[in-house]
Design a protein around this ligand. Structure first.
Ligand SMILES: O=C(NO)[C@]12CC[C@H](CC1)C2
Ligand SMILES: [Ca+2]
Ligand SMILES: [Zn+2]
Length: 303
């Protein structure tokens, strides 16, 4: 009986063909990728529309994950692999813990669940209700957003409340862009499947989706941990302005260094500006690049 790493294929949430790193044992194929230079693996599971985690392995009898219900599994697995590759190839980081930890994802969580989250140990994705969301693993920027929450937990540890919480959200969105830089939108591939041209958030125009893009419009609220998904618009806009002025290649190095070296659990927006400027100085000195970062944060009212 053959056992070991295999290559299968499947169709993602949007019906797109994807090659998959699978594992074969006892005539069953698993979404279980052993090919990365990590001590762990990339594994994808299903909660089978329930809420107990981690659920059972996503399997297939012939290594062809082609049924409609397998789209969420296919994309969670494939995009987890691309996000792993991004952090390893671009920043030399080996998984979210920088020690090759297994990246575990569970899809088909709950019923018509319009959300996704990192629960401290793994990724969890709902299928959406087909109106607000398609299965959420169908968006590479969402998968990158979630895995970045895990990275943040192991680095800056930004407390999920008020300004540090909004920074946490913003860093997750910004790395969602760095991984999927085709637009400055977040979640557009799975958000409102029956409506085109919209998204969950925009880095370039936070205001288009009800987020502030300047400190003057900071939203003081007790809900959503102090509006973490609203006030993230302010650092998101600063990131957009930074990327537009110095380019993605420099920006992602600055953001990764700030996240992994300088930010702390209680960093607020002003501390983020300082962390990013310190990272910029470390990497590129205090010339035009430095001035561009400073200007971006001044333009959103953070000094
Ligand atoms: O921003 C988020 N979590 O903090 C979202 C909400 C919908 C997408 C999946 C998870 C992004
Ligand atoms: Ca996007
Ligand atoms: Zn988030």
């Amino acid at each position: 009986v053959t056992e070991g790493a295999t290559t299968g294929y499947g169709y993602g949430v949007l019906g797109d063909y994807k090659s998959l790193k699978t594992y074969s044992a006892n005539g069953t194929y698993y979404l279980y990728d052993t090919t990365k230079p990590m001590s762990g693996v990339i594994e994808t599971r299903t909660a089978n529309y329930g809420s107990s985690l981690p659920g059972s392995y996503s399997v297939d009898s012939n290594n062809a994950f082609t049924s409609t219900s397998q789209g969420a599994d296919v994309d969670a697995h494939y995009y987890a692999g691309t996000v792993y590759d991004y952090y390893y190839n671009t920043h030399g980081r080996n998984s979210y813990d920088n020690n090759g930890a297994t990246i575990r994802s569970t899809v088909h969580y709950g019923s018509n669940y319009n959300n996704a989250f990192w629960n401290g140990a793994q990724m969890v994705y709902g299928d959406g209700d087909g109106s607000t969301f398609d299965p959420l693993s169908g968006a590479q920027d969402v998968v990158a957003h979630e895995i970045t929450h895990a990275v943040i937990e192991r680095t800056a540890g930004l407390r999920y409340q008020d300004q540090s919480g909004a920074l946490n959200e913003s860093m997750a969105d910004v790395f969602g862009y760095f991984v999927e830089p085709e637009d400055f939108l977040l979640g557009e591939d799975v958000y409102t499947p029956n409506k085109s041209g919209d998204a969950l958030r925009s880095l370039s125009n936070p205001d288009a989706y009800g987020q502030p893009s300047h400190m003057d419009d900071y939203y003081y609220t007790s809900s959503d941990n102090g509006g973490v998904h609203t006030n993230s618009g302010i650092p998101n806009k600063a990131a957009y302005l930074t990327i537009q002025s110095i380019g993605k290649t420099k920006a992602e190095k600055i953001y990764y260094r700030a996240m992994s070296v300088y930010l702390t659990p209680t960093s607020n927006f002003s501390a983020a500006r300082s962390a990013l400027l310190q990272a910029t100085s470390d990497l590129y000195g205090t010339g035009s690049t430095y001035n561009s970062v400073a200007s971006a944060w001044s333009q959103v009212g953070v000094n």
